[in-house]
Design a protein around this ligand. Structure first.
Ligand code: ZN
Length: 345
């Protein structure tokens, strides 16, 4: 009787105290060893009677338990290797990690600032990326690699040969394909455990609010000002944080605009839309191939930090990277009273 109660106590107390399953099993095996020793021939018979049962009974139980565990572990390994995440029920995709996922995200989980809880946050997160161009290329790939559960990507363009100098999510063989589908292929090839939602259209005002409402965080890597201001307005109205970045030739900038949490919005910092033609696009002015990769990776990094709560983000700070002279500086930015997008403060 005491023998059985011991197991109940181990699992009951362990569960109550929130111990990891591995500790519970270790304690349970330890207790079984104690029970077997209590029935050993050189022990006083009263001890065996006190814990109950007999040596053979406990021994058979131990062997059976070991067989069950070995079978489950083998099954888990086989299943994990062939797991097709698309066939997993939704709950399983957002909940527990399959063994192969734990292995995949091990370098994240061992980081003190991310760990298991942070990786779960990433898996439960929904991130919308506006633009599958240069900035989107590395942002999308690293979001996929990081294990962000649902990644939406919206872009109305198709892959062109002149994109491939820097838009490394695409491929020569996919010239002519809508960028969002090309990006989906690359992201799913890197990480089949995530859900990619491609929207092959330009972000327009009529759609934007409804779309943004479905996501926790928005990344804007477009190169046109209409979309940039539109995304900011929609995010500010919906109270969604926005990581927005821009590049020209050799210089990039990035910040987290989050007026719901007291930071400025994009329009607080850039109230005046530049006159048409004043700020040339990449197509007009050129851009160094790795620059969007650097800034796009920073977008993904700030997204991972924001979703896991690691470190300090870029709320209220604008990071400017001058690649030509290898200089990076950060300037403070504030909310602007009477801002048309977020209302200021
Ligand atoms: Zn504002």
């Amino acid at each position: 009787m005491i023998g059985i109660l011991g197991f109940v106590a181990v699992f009951g107390a362990g569960r109550w105290l929130g111990w990891p399953a591995r500790w519970l099993w270790l304690l349970a095996w330890g207790w079984l060893l104690v029970l077997l020793l209590a029935h050993a021939p050189y022990m006083p018979p009263q001890l065996g009677e006190f814990v109950g049962g007999e040596f053979r009974g406990w021994f058979v139980l131990g062997v059976l338990a070991a067989l069950v565990l070995a079978y489950r572990s083998l099954l888990g390994r086989v299943r994990g290797r062939v797991a097709d995440p698309d066939t997993l029920p939704r709950g399983q995709r957002t909940g527990a990690f399959a063994p192969v996922e734990l292995e995949r995200y091990a370098r994240h989980i061992m980081l003190r600032e991310i760990g298991g809880p942070g990786q779960k946050n990433l898996k439960a997160a929904r991130v919308l990326v506006v633009g599958a161009g240069g900035l989107g290329s590395s942002a999308l790939m690293y979001l996929a690699g990081s294990g962000v559960g649902v990644i939406g990507v919206i872009d109305g363009d198709a892959v062109e040969g002149s994109n491939l100098q820097r838009q490394i999510i695409h491929a020569d063989a996919r010239i002519g394909m809508p960028k969002v589908f090309s990006a989906e292929i690359a992201m799913k090839a890197l990480n089949p455990f995530i859900e990619v939602r491609p929207y092959h259209r330009r972000l327009e005002a009529a759609l934007a609010a409804e779309l943004v409402a479905e996501y926790d965080l928005v990344l804007d890597g477009t190169d046109n000002f209409d979309t940039r201001y539109l995304v900011n307005r929609v995010c500010a109205a919906a109270g969604k944080p926005l990581i927005s970045a821009a590049i020209t030739q050799w210089e990039g900038q990035i910040s987290l605009y989050d007026p719901a949490e007291g930071g400025p919005c994009f329009e607080c910092v850039f109230p005046q839309r530049p006159a048409p033609g004043l700020v040339p696009s990449c197509a007009e002015a050129g851009v160094a191939s790795p620059l969007p990769g650097v800034i796009g990776a920073m977008m993904a990094l700030e997204a991972v930090k924001h979703l896991t709560g690691a470190g300090s983000g870029l709320r209220g700070r604008l990071l400017i990277h001058d690649a030509l002279y290898a200089e990076t500086r950060v300037i403070g930015v504030k909310r602007r009273a009477g801002c048309a997008a977020c209302g200021g403060a």
